[in-house]
Design a protein around this ligand. Structure first.
Ligand code: COA
Length: 280
């Protein structure tokens, strides 16, 4: 079962070459229990064991969708590799990276899953992180912001009420998660030591405290609303390159029946200096 090109119902067929100037986000939903048998052959033994260890259906079928999607999507860019043949290694904080087969292009990916949605983001070489959240979840918005967000972010959440508070909270939450996932450090990175601002409508900036040891202009961020109750944030360390075009597709968990979609983009980084230089 070698990887086959995604059958696009609209838009361009994704290729490895397009990742020179693009980052790709693939979205899918949970696998249905009836379809599980079609997806399990893609997983390696440890993944099947993990799948079987789930006591609750919802995370089990999200896990299956995420693993099947990552394997199927990676094989689109490396069609000689069977989706079941990808091997992964994990850093000390659990971030998966490709570990084989040998001699493959330097693909990077990151996965996220939440109620009703799975995302897999793919770049060439660049650090990347993606986070999706179901924004209707019951959560103490002010309490979590107070202990996990910067002082400025927490106060922006506290000042708002109702939908506006929830919107602001999940903007920060998904953007912060996307960044720590791109760094691969999980909660070992101090969440309160970097801060997002929205200086103008549609624009997001990040500021790092010195202890984070990072450089703001290296990063490109975007936040989308792929469904009324879902937020999705992407973080890419593009360095001094021009901004990447972020292409979002919806497909099955086997990366079939792909459709390019154009979800509302709530905020994005201002253009990088390389992008503005190219435009002039
Ligand atoms: C584990 C963590 C990286 C993401 O957790 P999450 O938001 O619950 O989960 P997501 O669905 O977005 O991502 C999970 C996937 O990310 C990948 N992942 C795991 N560890 C990772 C790491 N250190 N870095 C990047 N990606 C990682 C895996 O593919 C994982 O999939 P799997 O669970 O099926 O193996 C980490 O950020 C965490 O524990 N967050 C807790 C949430 C929190 O308290 N946030 C504070 C408010 S911002």
């Amino acid at each position: 079962m070698l990887g086959s090109p995604a059958i696009m119902e609209n838009g361009d067929t994704p290729t490895l070459g397009s990742l020179d100037s693009e980052a790709h986000i693939w979205l899918t939903g949970p696998v249905s229990p009836e379809a599980a048998e079609d997806h399990l052959p893609l997983l390696v033994a440890e993944e099947v064991e993990q799948y079987e260890r789930f006591l609750v259906d919802r995370p089990r079928y999200l896990y299956l969708a995420a693993r099947a999607l990552a394997r199927s999507v990676l094989s689109i860019y490396a069609p000689d590799v069977d989706p079941a043949a990808w091997r992964f290694r994990f850093n000390e904080h659990g971030r998966p990276e490709i570990d084989g087969p040998a001699d493959q292009p330097p693909l990077r990916f990151n996965l996220s899953h939440t109620d009703g949605l799975v995302a897999c983001m793919v770049t060439l070489e660049m650090d990347t992180g993606v986070d999706v959240e179901w924004t209707e979840r019951g959560i103490d918005l002010v309490g979590v912001a107070g202990h996990s967000f910067s002082e400025l972010e927490a106060s922006e959440v506290r000042q708002r009420r109702g939908r506006e508070r929830r919107d602001r909270f999940f903007r920060y939450w998904t953007l912060k998660e996307a960044y720590i996932k791109a760094r691969g450090m999980g909660l070992a990175l101090p969440l309160r030591r970097f801060s997002y601002t929205f200086p103008d409508p549609g624009v997001v900036n990040i500021e790092f405290d010195p202890e984070v040891g990072d450089h703001e202009p290296d990063w490109q961020f975007a936040l989308y609303q792929p469904a009324p109750e879902h937020y999705l944030s992407a973080a890419i360390r593009r360095g001094d390159r021009a901004d990447l075009r972020i292409v979002v597709r919806r497909s099955t968990a086997l990366a079939r029946e792909a459709v390019e979609v154009d979800p509302p983009r709530l905020v994005a980084s201002p253009p990088s200096s390389a992008t503005t230089a190219r435009a002039t």
